[in-house]
Each structure stands twice: as C-alpha cells, then as structure tokens.
Design a protein around this ligand. Structure first.
Ligand code: ATP
Ligand code: MG
Ligand code: FE
Length: 337
C-alpha cells in the first residue's frame, strides 16, 4: 500500500510517497525561504500563492521519482494544521481533490505529529514509549508518548518557541531569515566562555520553557558590544549553549518524571549539531538513547506527513468528504492509534 503525503502548513511545499512495506519511496520539497527572506519572515499570502504554483508539479515529480501510478495510492494524507490557514487550504484542497478523483480517502494529519514521528523514518527507529522534545519554529514542547497518537503534554514554552528564539537572535546578529542554520554556522567559530547567558526557568520544578529573557540578554550584549563583527560568533555560540543547556535540563526532568529512558527530538531546531550532541550525551550518560530524524526531515517535509498519514489510515482514521483544516489544533486532542 502506498500513500501520498502533502505538507503546506508554512513556507515549504513537501510531497512524499510512503509504502507500508518498503518505507519512504520518494520525497520532493520546494522551500520558499528565498522568497520570504527579503521581508525577514514568512508573508502568509505569498506563501499560499506559491504553494498553489508548486503543489501539482511536485505531486507529478514524486510519483515519477517513486515509480508510483496514481492508481497505486491507497489514500492521500495532508497537513490539516496547525499552520497558516491559506497555506493549509492549498495542500488540503489538492489532497481532497485527488482523493475524490481516485475514489480513495483523504487523511488529515497534525503537523506536529508529523514532526514527532519523523525519526521513525530512520533506522534504527525509536520504540514506544518515549519522551519527545519538539523544537520547531512555532512550538517547544515536551511530550510523553505512550504509543502513536497518545500524547501527554508535560511542558511547553510560555513565550517564544526555540526556533523563534534562534530566528530573532539571528536577526539581531544580521543573519538572514530563517536564522537557525546561519547562526549554527557562525557559532562554530565562537568562544563558549565569552558570555554567560541566562538559562531561563531552570529553577522551576516543571517542564515549561521560556526563551524571551534569553533574547533580551542577547539584545543587551549586542548593544554593549564595541565590535559586533568580531563578537557576533561568540554571542551565537553562547546563545546556542544556553538553549542547548536549557533543553538538556528540561529533558532530564521529563525523563525522571516519566521514568522513561528514550528521547525523541524533532522539529527544525533538532537539526542543530550542538543540540544533537548535548542531548545524545545526556542519554548516553543515563544508559538510554536519543533519536533524531536526518537533518532534512527535521524541518518541514512531506515524508513525515506521508508516514503519519499511513499510520492514521491503517487505524481507519480517515477524513471527512470536506476540506478539513485547523489553524490551531492542540496535539494532545488527537485520538490514540
Ligand atoms: P512549526 O513546526 O512549529 O509549525 P515551522 O514548521 O516553521 O514551525 P520547522 O520547519 O520545524 O518550523 O523549523 C523551522 C525552524 O527551525 C526555524 O525557526 C529555523 O531557524 C530552525 N532551524 C532550522 N535549522 C536549524 C539549525 N541548524 N539550528 C537551529 N535552528 C534551526
Ligand atoms: Mg519552514
Ligand atoms: Fe514544522
């Protein structure tokens, strides 16, 4: 059985084909980063229009790449939320239209469930139960995952998401949007002893995060800097260390709280090498294991939607005949599989 997965929640059009026996058999992606860069962030209307232009050619391309005939498809999965409403509607309408035409079900997928399950595209895949750390452009969450679909929220950011903190800090340092990858590169030449930025909320006995204060500390360092060109690598390095350290502490707390010893880390920020290393070290020191997706599947992609869609489809959780999109959609409201 093969499913087509379509992702269009923000600024990436991603399409993939997942086979329940062979795994991922094709995936293609168009990122709108260059288009939005001159505005310093995603412009929702431009995003929707670009998804409209890209989605059909990408569907054709991925079917050819994976040598899949449309008639081989058992269902079409699409990101139904959370995300930008106009952008979501493009993928949802394409998926629903294809499903009508082929007389197969359309399967609405939660974007964050897609991110959370993406490490299962790798070998070895994590096994349930585990603690998931979701760190993306719009979310920072710790989740207890008993089994697919059973998501208990342990904590989340009370202000900025981790990716947002990366993007805002990058902006202060003159790195173009989205700043995460550029900031990572800059940090590699920085001195980790140059600054000590705050590790927010470590004193609180919960699994919540806060990154707004860290951003202010970076802003103060930028203002106080006498030679920003020289010091920005140090700022990037110390900022990354502060985020990584905060994530490590909160993961440790979540693991202790749940008694689990498997950590799954997903979302765009999980592409960051320093964060991957620190969390891998944490799990090694506990005799457990950390799992990540390959870097290209940390940020938005169709593969994670096809995989999550296949799991929902197999459990009989298909969509209605309408175009279902939910710009806001709590992850812990999903049905367990
Ligand atoms: P959400 O998934 O919460 O709806 P999103 O889809 O916009 O938000 P993702 O695509 O998962 O988020 O990730 C994008 C974010 O990841 C951006 O904030 C980006 O800066 C960050 N990011 C990408 N690569 C890296 C990296 N190497 N280091 C740090 N951050 C990174
Ligand atoms: Mg994106
Ligand atoms: Fe995302």
């Amino acid at each position: 059985m093969r499913i087509l997965g379509i992702e269009s929640s923000c600024d990436e059009t991603g399409v993939a084909v997942f086979d329940d026996e062979k795994g991922l058999v094709g995936h293609v992606l168009h990122t709108q980063i260059a288009m939005h860069a001159e505005y310093g962030g995603v412009v929702p209307e431009l995003a929707s229009r670009d998804h409209i232009k890209r989605v059909v050619p990408l569907v054709r391309e991925v079917l050819a790449q994976s040598e899949t005939s449309m008639h081989d498809l058992c269902a079409v999965a699409y990101t139904a939320g959370p995300g930008l409403i106009g952008a979501l509607l493009v993928g949802a309408t394409e998926a629903r239209a294809l499903a009508y035409a082929l007389n197969i079900p359309a399967v609405p997928v939660h974007h964050m469930e897609g991110h959370l399950l993406a490490p299962m595209l790798e070998d070895p895949a994590p096994t349930f139960p585990f603690v998931a750390l979701l760190i993306s452009g719009g979310h920072t969450m710790l989740i207890k995952v008993e089994k697919p679909g059973s998501y208990e929220l342990l904590g989340q950011s009370v202000d900025d998401a981790a990716g947002e903190a990366f993007d805002k800090t990058a902006k202060l340092l003159g790195i173009p949007y989205p700043g995460g990858p550029g900031l990572e590169k800059l940090a590699q030449t920085g001195n980790s002893k140059a600054y000590h930025f705050p590790r927010p909320m470590l004193d609180r006995p919960n699994c919540d995060f806060s990154f707004a204060g860290l951003k202010t500390a970076v802003l103060n360092a930028v203002h106080a800097s006498t030679d920003l060109e020289k010091q920005k690598a140090d700022i990037a390095r110390c900022f990354t260390d502060a985020v990584a350290d905060t994530l490590r502490h909160k993961c440790e707390r979540a693991l202790n709280l749940t008694g689990l010893n498997t950590l799954v880390v997903a979302g765009g920020v999980s592409a960051n090498t320093a964060i991957r290393s620190l969390l891998s070290e944490l799990m090694e020191s506990r005799g457990g294991k950390a799992f990540f997706a390959r870097r290209e599947f940390c940020t938005d992609n169709g593969a994670m939607i096809a995989l999550a869609g296949m799991m929902r489809f197999k459990a009989g959780q298909i969509g209605t005949l309408g175009v279902d999109v939910f710009p806001r959609w709590p992850l812990d409201s999903l049905k367990a599989l």
